[in-house]
Design a protein around this ligand. Structure first.
Ligand SMILES: [Zn+2]
Length: 113
């Protein structure tokens, strides 16, 4: 026979767990909206949803970068920078990860706002 006190503790734990699950679900829901933010010299050039397939030819005074957004992934297909590190960085699809082209002062970041 469960005592009344134990029952209250049990219900409290259950409610806390349910609230926790709901919070995680809401958090995951907000995380689903990912944007591609492309900046050069600190100023934002593009801010577009990751799910939108786009081909961008970004030309600045430093040079050009061909950015491809496809199937929820972003990568630099081509650039005229001397090191090509940005091209070799490959595809990114996770929040917080970024592709940086140092010679062109270009940064491609995945943000959730
Ligand atoms: Zn580069």
């Amino acid at each position: 026979m469960i005592k009344k006190k134990e029952l209250i503790i049990l219900i409290t734990i259950l409610i806390t767990a349910i609230i926790g699950i709901i919070c995680v679900k809401i958090y995951q829901g907000s995380e689903a909206a990912v944007y591609v933010q492309i900046t050069c010299d600190g100023s934002v050039l593009y801010h577009i949803p990751l799910e939108e397939d786009r081909t961008l030819h970004i030309e600045t005074s430093y040079g050009y970068n061909d950015v491809i957004i496809k199937d929820g992934e972003v990568y630099i297909e081509d650039a005229d920078c001397p090191d090509l590190i940005c091209v070799h960085q490959g595809k990114i699809s996770n929040l917080g990860i970024s592709i940086i082209c140092l010679p062109h002062r270009l940064s491609i970041q995945l943000v959730n706002h």
